[in-house]
Design a protein around this ligand. Structure first.
Ligand code: SF4
Length: 450
């Protein structure tokens, strides 16, 4: 069985695509092997979002081509967002690459790799972005079985002026409801207890297929899937936090009180230039509605600092918003001037030094807020998904409803003997900016008292 090393760059959506690619290849008789130092085929699933990601992609291609020149691999296949975005210029830059594959081709990967192995002529299979979902059982899981990303749609209809994603991922396309549910059931059957819903905009789910926003309906259906215990929403769009969505989140037991809603800024003038909805007042109202319905909700967001035209007053307005909103999890990016975006042509580009300074100021400003939000849990009990143990075995390490995989904090639990993948109750004893510490509460079967 020819061996394949599959390298995944970029976001969780790419990770799901790679799991589909791996599953399709395995079903066709290929052996997915990340360890071998001489794979027959190297497949690189790239990210094209920012120039920094492209640099990483190109470095990875160079490494693979070095292997090929050393005779340690036969074929190098490059796929994904960077190929869709840069297509021809990449082919000129790397003529030794054997196949170029655009986005959304997961279901066809075995045929593509077969063709690439059967010829010495480079293949280019880059079509206008479209998303053909591979059959459900093909996903070859790359993560711990108890947690999984579930991509509910791809592409985006929004026109944020700094963003390149619609140009290479195309317009918003939802996975049919039954297809999403089948995948969720399959994931649960294969051990997934936590389902992380992802898309470019999860709150737009279903509009293209059913002419209405279907995320509340999807949540109800997922809540009924046996085996799933936690459903977490990522990439919500700020103007789509409807009463129906909040009601579904608050009433469905498996939907955790957690929302990732990238706001990007809080100053109305900057948001307008970004072609994004809202402003600080409306976002504060959104935060208030969420907390009224779910007092324990953890709100995650990300901001861009240094967007063209952002002056000190606009930046200060963002800091004032952070102070007022008291958000739980905050990430930030320095604005990246991306070719082909309207913002790249805007006047008043902010110098890198100032972007850097504002990035540091924002992250420093948020730290005491994140600490205070974590400290609210000291003395309270949390449900924790255990994922492993510290090297010395003293602490179980897990995540609570407040912690999404990869991006948020951890919970360190003393006195715990549960296996990874199990849930435990823990009384929180201490907190820092990102993580909390606690003591495991001995399990009390229902109806029995201590
Ligand atoms: S919502 Fe805006 S930032 Fe997000 S993918 Fe769509 S265009 Fe890009």
């Amino acid at each position: 069985m020819p061996s394949v090393r599959l390298i995944t760059l970029g976001c969780a959506k790419n990770e799901v695509d790679s799991e589909e690619i791996a599953g399709v290849l395995q079903r066709a008789g290929y052996r997915l092997d990340a360890q071998t130092d001489a794979p027959d085929v190297v497949v690189i699933n790239t990210c094209g979002f920012l120039e920094s990601a492209q640099r990483e992609g190109m470095a990875t291609i160079r490494d693979a081509l070095r292997l090929k020149r050393q005779g340690k691999t036969q074929r190098v296949i490059v796929a994904g967002c960077m190929v869709q975005r840069l297509g021809e210029s990449l082919q000129e830059q790397f003529p030794e690459v054997d196949a170029w594959v655009g986005v959304g081709q997961m279901a066809r990967f075995a045929e593509i790799v077969d063709s690439a192995r059967a010829t010495r002529q480079p293949i280019a299979d880059i079509q206008p972005p479209h998303h053909r979902w591979a059959d459900v059982p093909t996903r070859l899981r790359s993560r711990a079985p108890w947690t999984a990303y579930l991509k509910v749609s791809e592409g985006c209809d929004h026109k944020c002026t700094f963003c390149t994603i619609p140009s290479f991922r195309g317009a918003h396309v939802s996975k049919p409801l039954e297809r999403v549910l089948e995948e969720a059931r399959w994931l649960a059957h294969n051990g997934a207890k936590e389902i992380n819903l992802i898309a470019q905009d999860t709150t737009q789910y279903g509009y293209d297929l059913y002419k209405r926003f279907m995320l509340p309906t999807l949540l109800r259906e997922l809540n009924a899937v046996e085996g799933i215990e936690w459903i977490r929403i990522h990439y919500a769009y700020p103007s789509r936090i409807t009463d129906a969505l909040i009601e579904a989140m608050a009433s469905l037991p498996k939907v955790v009180p957690y929302l990732d809603v990238p706001l990007q800024h809080a100053d109305g003038r900057v948001l307008k230039a970004m072609r994004r909805p809202g402003d600080d007042a409306r976002y504060l109202q959104m935060v208030r509605r969420l907390r009224e319905a779910m007092p324990d909700i953890a709100i995650r967001t990300t901001f861009i600092v240094g967007f063209p035209g952002e002056d000190e007053a606009a930046f200060q307005r963002l800091l004032d918003f952070l102070q007022a909103a008291q958000l739980d999890r905050v990430g930030a990016f320095m604005y990246s001037r991306e070719k082909g975006t309207p913002a790249a042509e805007m006047p008043d580009q902010v110098p890198f030094r100032l972007k850097r300074e504002r990035f540091d100021r924002l992250m420093r400003f948020q730290q005491p807020i994140s600490l205070a939000r974590n400290r609210l849990w000291v003395g309270r009990t949390m449900r924790v998904l255990i994922e492993g143990y510290s090297a010395d075995g003293r602490y179980a390490i897990g995540r609570s409803h407040r912690d999404a995989p990869d991006v948020d904090g951890l919970v360190y639990v003393r006195g715990c003997t549960a296996s990874p993948g199990a849930f435990v109750e823990a009384r929180i004893t201490n907190a820092d900016v990102y993580d909390v510490w606690g003591e495991a509460i001995p399990y009390q079967p229902a109806g029995q008292t201590a």
